[in-house]
Design a protein around this ligand. Structure first.
Ligand SMILES: [Zn+2]
Length: 287
């Protein structure tokens, strides 16, 4: 397997979920071994590589920061890039936050499909897990362990009639991300919204870009896209956050009640446990 990038540049506009401001986004082909690099075109093309080392905070969304320059809510776009099998991409953006679109990764996947994906010369690198690493925080836990494929076993549990306990075991293979995960939307509860707005968050949030749950139903008039759309979105977030490891993973994730902060903690614990992984070329027999 070779590394890939986009065949041509392509752009899209939208608003930021938390800032509410209009942003223009352009995805561009990038050289081999560059990974995903955010470029703030409004700040002299300042670059922020999509990497664990630049995670700044992770309440409600994953925010990166390098030398004081911030890039917010990167997870749904990174999920689309990883899920579509793109290894290298420049992500140009003229504001602080990636647009939320419809709250899922679907528009980004369509954008990538429209641009086309091309093979490059270098072999793809994989992060192959050799030993199990676990992170736990109260009743939230997440682990990563050796496996033949990239696989995510995810459980969420919310005391709401539409959610309760949902579990899905997602195996990453050709096309499965687009079919099973990409269109699952983010969700929130009405009782959180006042609190978020007071904290100047969710300013761009609406029924067009989130499932908004009341105590016993939802405000959206359109139906859910899957009965278990909620756990599918959690898997979407996990794929997007774990894209910050910089390469596809050969291993199995198990997540229970996880969130962005737990994803970030597991990744830093994993990276520190150097005996627990190795980087292999996807052409290696071991891979
Ligand atoms: Zn999300």
């Amino acid at each position: 397997m070779k590394q890939t990038t986009l065949a041509k540049p392509i752009d899209i506009s939208g608003i930021g979920l938390h800032t509410g401001v209009e942003v223009n986004l352009m995805l561009k082909p990038a050289p081999e071994n560059s990974g995903y690099i955010f470029v703030r075109t409004d700040l002299d093309r300042f670059e922020i590589p999509a990497s664990v080392e630049y995670i700044s905070h992770c309440s409600y969304a994953t925010t990166l920061m390098r030398r004081g320059v911030v890039l917010s809510t990167c997870e749904h776009l990174l999920s689309a890039l990883r899920g579509s099998g793109v290894d290298n991409c420049f992500i140009e953006i003229d504001n602080i936050e990636i647009p939320i679109m419809d709250g899922s990764s679907e528009d980004f996947v369509e954008l990538i499909t429209t641009a086309g994906i091309v093979k490059q010369d270098s072999p793809r690198h994989l992060l192959r897990i050799l030993e199990r690493v676990e992170y736990e925080q109260g009743d939230r836990r997440m682990s990563i362990e050796p496996a033949e494929n990239f696989e995510i076993d995810c459980v969420i549990d919310f005391p709401h009639p539409f959610i309760e306990r949902q579990r899905l075991n997602f195996v990453f293979e050709n096309g499965s991300f687009g079919r099973e995960i990409a269109s699952a939307r983010t969700f929130g509860f009405t009782h959180e919204i006042d609190m978020l707005r007071k904290a100047n968050l969710a300013l761009g949030g609406s029924l067009d870009n989130a499932i908004v749950l009341t105590d016993d139903g939802m405000l959206n008039q359109t139906p859910l896209r899957f009965d278990d759309e909620f756990v599918r979105h959690k898997i979407l977030d996990i794929i997007g956050d774990l894209a910050l490891l910089g390469m596809p993973i050969k291993g199995k994730i198990t997540a229970e009640k996880s969130g962005h902060a737990v994803h970030a903690s597991l990744m830093s614990k994993l990276l520190k446990a150097e005996h627990a992984w190795e980087i292999v070329e996807s052409s290696d027999p071991a891979a």
